[in-house]
Each structure stands twice: as structure tokens, then as C-alpha cells.
Design a protein around this ligand. Structure first.
Ligand code: NAG
Ligand code: NAG
Ligand code: NAG
Length: 367
């Protein structure tokens, strides 16, 4: 039997600027970026078969270091095997990215402008890691310095007092625009909301147990999304997707202080069917992808099954958004089961961060 095996030939270093390593005693290195220097990533390129490229990042300080190899015919049995099944296709990858939260903006604003630009280049440009799909919160989140919505006064079902917050103008929009520029517009956004205005909710608070949406506010809440897209559109920012609400489960866990709207599957199904779906599809944003859940694997596949049981709701929903926080307890098989139950709905990982557990309170640089 003739086998094809791989031979790695290190073709020297690419033209990228090197990582300026710094060791914080955490068993790895960070790369220091400042106002005049930042390491860069070589733009991806193609090579002709039988050559191939490998990009290596590791704790020792390699960051997307490029090397080239060549497949050769060989009879040797290797201990490493990669099997390729070209006819088995999975879901398209929509992109990679992060989130334009208030805390992102606070941290960027703590740097001088040339350092901000270097950092944004590292994330977005083709000298960097080319983020292509980013989350933008609608209003405040648990990564904000205060709780807020875009209509915080008295009860206002017609949303006459809807307006963006100072945070949008200081912490989000300027950086989103710079990122758009760095990607030449090849950056897609999806919007996710944490809480409704207090007056729309049954508990009249941003957070706390059982903070459902008041039934008589269902239409106002759908209109709120459209108002948000209008305001961002005025700033030159268009959205590819939306999520029905960040982590509805937060409002069912005692003692959480995170802003949220509680949705039982039945309530969510009704709201999407009667309010959000028709409102979005009849708006200037009719092509936007509507994602549901935005919560942990724990809810798969039973919660989407209950929501999408309604044929009309099923028609409006494009995808199912999933977070990563309890993945160490919950098998990825749940994703497969969800896919198999709804092969026409995509799955998208929409949030992951480190530091959510009580024992993870520090940023350990270089870990
Ligand atoms: C930025 O980092 C580079 C490379 O480590 C260094 O040569 C330069 O002095 C630093 N600049 C500032 C302003 O700290
Ligand atoms: C991006 O920024 C450059 C330099 O600041 C500017 O000349 C250019 O017009 C911007 N392009 C877009 C698409 O905003
Ligand atoms: C648009 O709105 C009308 C009237 O409210 C509704 O009957 C129709 O189903 C909506 N269209 C879509 C695509 O949801």
C-alpha cells in the first residue's frame, strides 16, 4: 500500500514582525504591543499541491508562525494520521470574532491613540487575525459600568424617547468604524440584547428572578430592535444578525445580578411568531438572520424544540446561538442532536469569556 505522508520543511521566517515576548511567570509569554510596535501575522497565502502551509502558535511565543511542508509518497506508517472525507460537508463557517462591549471600549480608551490603532490592527487587519464577525450589545450588559437601556424614563410603549446611550458614542461606535475600515467593510455584526427597559418587565428591574416581558409590551419590544438598527444605520453600521435575547436563563437563577429578560420557550415562541418575526421581516432589515437561545448547551435540544414547534416561529428563526460556559459538563453531542433535529437552522457560538467562575478572578497574562 502506498501512503502519502507529510514532510515539514521550515521555509525560514515570514516577513511578519516578531512577537516582543514578555514573561509574567505564568508558564507562557505575551506579545507586547505599544504605540510604536506590534507583532503582525503574515497574510494567508496559497501554495500549489503537494505543498501545504502550517501556522503555529504556542506558549513559547510563536504567533501564527508560518512554515511550509510538502506531501511525499511513502510506505512508512506514521503515528499521526489525518483522514479527509471530502464528501461529508458540515455547516459553513460564518466568521470569527469578539464583541464590542462597553468594557472593550473602556480598555481601548485607556491606551493612547497609536496604541489603540495597533491593537485594532492586530485584531482586524490582514496584518492581524482578521476578525470577521462581531457581536454588538443592544444597550448595557454585564460588561458595562452601569445598567441602562435605550428608553429609561417613564413608560413609553411608542418608544418616543428611544435614544442611544453615551456609551455607544464613546465606547462602541468609534471602534466599530475603525474596525470596519481595517477590514475594508468585510466585517459582519450581530446584535444581542441583555435587558429591556424596566417598565417593559414584570419585575420592573433590569435583573432579578422572573423578569419576564409584560405581554402588553411584546410589540414595543420588537419595535425596540428596529429602532436600534435605525440608529446604528444612521452611523453607517449595518447588521447581519440578531439574537432574541442574551441568556434568558439568567432570570431563572437565584441571586444573579446580570441584566436579562426571562423567556419560557412558550413565551419566546409566541413573541417571535406574533411580534419580532413579522416586525423584522416587514422592516428595512428583513434579510437579517434571526437567532434564538444565546444560552448554554444545557438548553439543547429541548428548548429550541419547544420554541420551534410552532410552524410560523420555525419559519422566522434562522439559527440557534450557543454559549460555552458549561461545556466541560455538557457533551458536544447536544449540538449534533440539535443540528439533526433542525438541519435547516445554523448553530453559532456567540459568547465565550474566561473569568466567569468564582475561582477565576484575575487575568493571568501568558497563561
Ligand atoms: C515599543 O516596543 C518596541 C519593541 O519592544 C520598543 O523598541 C519601543 O521602545 C517601545 N515604544 C514605546 C513608546 O514604549
Ligand atoms: C480608512 O481610513 C483611511 C485612513 O485613515 C481613510 O483614508 C479611508 O478613507 C478610510 N476608509 C474607509 C472605507 O473608511
Ligand atoms: C408583514 O405584516 C403583515 C401585517 O401585519 C403580516 O400579515 C405579514 O405576515 C408580515 N410579513 C411577514 C413576512 O412576516
Amino acid at each position: 500500500m502506498l501512503l502519502v505522508s507529510a514532510l515539514v520543511v521550515l521555509i525560514g521566517h515570514s516577513l511578519a514582525q516578531e512577537c516582543q515576548k514578555r514573561d509574567y511567570g505564568n508558564d507562557g509569554h505575551v506579545c507586547v504591543c505599544n504605540s510604536t510596535y506590534c507583532d503582525t501575522v503574515p497574510p494567508p497565502s496559497r501554495v500549489e499541491p503537494p505543498s501545504y502551509l502550517i501556522y503555529t502558535s504556542n506558549k513559547a511565543g510563536l504567533r501564527f508562525a508560518k512554515s511550509e511542508g510538502r506531501f511525499i509518497e511513502s510506505n512508512e506508517i506514521s503515528d499521526k494520521t489525518i483522514q479527509i472525507h471530502p464528501n461529508e460537508k458540515y455547516q459553513e463557517i460564518f466568521g470569527w470574532g469578539g464583541a464590542f462591549t462597553d468594557s472593550t471600549g473602556v480598555n481601548l480608551n485607556s491606551l493612547d491613540e497609536p496604541a489603540q490603532d495597533n491593537l485594532l490592527r492586530a485584531y482586524f487587519s490582514n496584518d492581524g487575525i482578521e476578525y470577521s464577525l462581531c457581536r454588538v450589545p443592544i444597550g448595557g450588559t454585564d460588561f458595562s459600568e452601569r445598567g441602562y437601556s435605550y428608553d429609561d424614563g417613564d413608560e413609553d410603549p411608542k418608544l418616543e424617547n428611544f435614544q442611544l446611550a453615551p456609551e455607544d458614542f464613546k465606547l462602541k461606535i468609534p471602534f466599530i468604524k475603525k474596525a470596519q475600515n481595517l477590514t475594508w467593510g468585510n466585517l459582519r455584526f450581530f446584535a444581542s440584547v441583555w435587558t429591556a427597559p424596566k417598565w417593559m418587565k414584570t419585575n420592573r428591574e433590569y435583573n432579578g428572578m422572573w423578569g419576564f416581558l409584560r405581554y402588553e409590551m411584546y410589540q414595543s419590544w420588537a419595535d425596540y430592535f428596529v429602532k436600534f438598527f435605525d440608529k446604528y444605520s444612521e452611523q453607517g453600521i449595518q447588521f447581519w444578525g440578531l439574537v432574541t435575547g442574551n441568556e434568558p436563563s439568567l432570570a431563572m437563577v437565584p441571586f444573579t445580578k446580570i441584566n436579562s429578560v426571562a423567556w419560557t420557550p412558550a413565551m419566546l415562541s409566541t413573541w417571535v411568531r406574533d411580534n419580532l418575526g413579522p416586525t423584522i421581516r416587514n422592516s428595512s432589515y428583513s434579510k437579517i438572520k434571526i437567532m434564538m437561545l444565546d444560552d448554554q448547551r444545557l438548553f439543547l435540544p429541548w428548548y429550541p424544540k419547544l420554541v420551534l414547534n410552532d410552524e410560523t416561529t420555525h419559519m422566522y428563526v434562522d439559527g440557534i446561538a450557543v454559549h460555552w460556559y458549561y461545556d466541560f459538563l455538557l457533551s458536544p453531542r447536544l449540538l449534533t442532536e440539535t443540528h439533526d433535529s433542525f438541519p435547516d437552522k445554523f448553530l453559532l457560538a456567540t459568547e465565550a469569556c474566561h473569568g466567569d467562575k468564582p475561582f477565576q478572578k484575575h487575568v493571568d497574562l501568558g497563561l
